[in-house]
Design a protein around this ligand. Structure first.
Ligand code: GLN
Length: 306
């Protein structure tokens, strides 16, 4: 991609960051500088171009829901995972409690909202909690091509201390049998995923792996089966941007996933993996600068899958 194009996208995104603010539910996120903005693009040969604050570290938060889903699917298969979670968008926010009554009788709507991701995470196997954590971190390292990727343990602690809604959600699902085993252990693994610390560069490789049908373009390794990639990308289109997914499909049109840490990944299938970082969020929890940069690039380069 033309480096000038990246610069122009960044300049465009910068005009909007003042309209958002960082997530405020834990101090580690609330204290982030809202003016930060970065963009990284990885092509199918593994060439990475970056602009802005692309080396800044931030936590994946909901972007990790995609990694958890892939790992769960690769370990357990479609039927097992989707016996616990659906494939339908909700139109509600990611941690909405509006439909909690739904959880006492049904499975959560999809793997991209908290309830669904927690159910998915509960299926990730390993001999012990420590083993499950190790397998999960190792998989995240492979998928981002970064052997040093690790957990931000300050964020992890804060997530665990304040995650009362997530606790309520998992216990409701435990009551109807969607969740088996120890809720506290599953939650610990879920919070660990949320707290994976990464840069735009790392996430661009992850997005490129999805855009490249499961082959990490840095290593050439087939990490995800193509049919899993297809399924995951479809869920990213319908549910990846919280309750903004419909409008995002119309304005950007790429399988994407955002996190309240300020990151967004986007897949231009067969072309690029894109990753943006900007902690200033809009009222739906999406990075404002990130959205604007992706809108700009999609429009200028005609990237929409539609
Ligand atoms: N840690 C957050 C939560 O579980 C992640 C949410 C998000 O990025 N949308 O509520």
């Amino acid at each position: 991609m033309d480096q000038e194009m990246l610069q122009r996208a960044l300049a465009h995104g910068r005009r909007f960051v003042r309209y958002g603010k960082p997530a405020s539910y834990i101090p580690e996120l609330a204290s982030k500088d809202p003016s930060k903005l970065g963009l990284a693009v990885c092509d199918m040969k593994g060439n990475i171009q970056t602009v802005g604050n692309c080396e800044d570290k931030f936590t994946m938060q909901s972007i990790s829901k995609v990694i958890a889903l892939i790992l769960a699917l690769e370990q357990n298969g479609f039927d097992n995972v989707f016996s616990k979670v659906g494939l339908e968008p909700t139109g509600d926010s990611f941690n909405s409690t509006v439909r909690l009554d739904h959880l006492t009788n049904n499975k959560p709507f999809n793997p991209m909202i908290n309830a669904g991701a927690i159910a998915v995470t509960s299926t990730i196997r390993g001999g012990s909690l420590e083993e499950r954590k190790k397998i999960s971190i190792e998989f995240a390292r492979k998928i981002t091509g970064n052997p040093d990727l690790d957990v931000d343990y300050e964020v992890f602690r804060s997530e665990a201390e304040t995650g009362f809604k997530n606790r309520a959600i998992i216990y409701l699902m435990r009551s109807n049998g969607i969740i088996e085993g120890s809720c506290e252990e599953h939650l610990e693994l879920y919070f660990l995923f949320c707290s994976l610390a990464c840069s735009c560069r790392d996430l661009s490789v992850f997005a490129a792996t999805l855009a490249n049908n499961g082959v990490n373009p840095l290593t050439g390794e087939q990490l995800i089966q193509p049919h899993t990639v297809k399924l995951v990308r479809s869920l990213m289109v319908t549910c990846g941007m919280y309750d903004y997914s419909g409008e995002f499909a119309a304005t950007v049109g790429l399988p994407s996933k955002s996190g309240v840490g300020g990151g967004i990944i986007s897949c231009a299938i067969g072309q690029y993996g894109l990753a943006t970082y900007g902690p200033a969020l809009d009222d739906k929890g999406n990075s404002i600068g990130g959205l604007k940069m992706l809108e700009y690039l999609s429009e200028e380069m005609d990237l929409s899958i539609f």
